[in-house]
Design a binder for this molecule. Sequence first.
Ligand code: SF4
Length: 362
Amino acid sequence: MSQVRHNWTKEEILDVYNTPLMELLYDAATIHRKHHDPNTVQVSTLLSIKTGGCPEDCGYCPQAARYHTDIEGNDLMSVSHVKAQALRAKSSGSSRVCMGAAWRNVKDGPEFDQVLEMVRTINKLDMEVCCTLGMLTENQAHRLAEAGLYAYNHNLDTSEDYYKDVISTRAFKDRLDTIDNVRKSNVTVCSGGIIGMGEQLEDRAGMLVALTSLNPQPESVPINALVPVEGTPMEDIAPVSIWDMVRMVATTRIVMPETQVRLSAGRTEMSREGQAMCFFAGANSIFAGDKLLTTPNPDVSEDMEMFKMLGLNPQKPFTKVSQPKTVEAGDSQFESMSEKPKWSRPGHKIDRNENAKAKAKA
Ligand code: SF4
């Protein structure tokens, strides 16, 4: 029985988010194990193929032309450069290359043709290819699909209510329209957001309401912690705590059991113990490489060392996203949850003693 729900309310999600931490971790880990291999983590390499000079005003982004940051802009990368980077990423364990261009939207013409060629080139390396290029028409989504694009990233960033406080040059609806255009092709959707931008908990829940209501839900949901960059309007915001990240990851896992939850920006501020807690809470994907577009990220070799320490394996490319775990005889907690999914009933009130009762019955 599928546990996927599209009618989560903000109140229900807040209730999950505010569950006592040990209960929240237990619930999230239980659901995670039911739908995914808990020892496998997908590794993506993010490559900035066109940096800086963006006409948009996303308050967190150093690539916006209007902010005075010290990032070095560059024109669209050559296909051969992208291929070399993809080969490097593959040899260090990445199964996916995600190419980001600082554009408001994709324009048909030689630059888009060059991106299509990059997609074809990486595809031939037997790697998944993802792009994040801004707004996209349905026709452009189909052209990317024909070139072999596996996923398109387009983050909702935050709740619809808080969106205008973060970005004024486009509307929340524009994001949904692009996601809708991607869905009309056979490209999978990667869409998540950023916490720590001054939003309220209600906004985190509101973003998850919007993501869960998508049908189908995104195959991949990146959870980023704001990395404040000098020169951007958010430069002085204090970093979010690890507890906020763990709660956000766990809540995302519970409300979107089949999706891949991607631990994204902000990992440099997290200890290995903190990251391990996020993996336990249901994160099963990371971005690798020393840079996430323009912000710092842990070194690949450090990540592989962490994987070794935690007994995690990088996921092979083109692995089906949701892999229900076989329920083993005697594993009564999982049996009871698969028969009666705790989170799948609209209006379900959380019973804090439910797990204890399930254990007592075993
Ligand atoms: S997040 Fe993307 S759209 Fe927004 S300013 Fe940065 S590059 Fe431009």
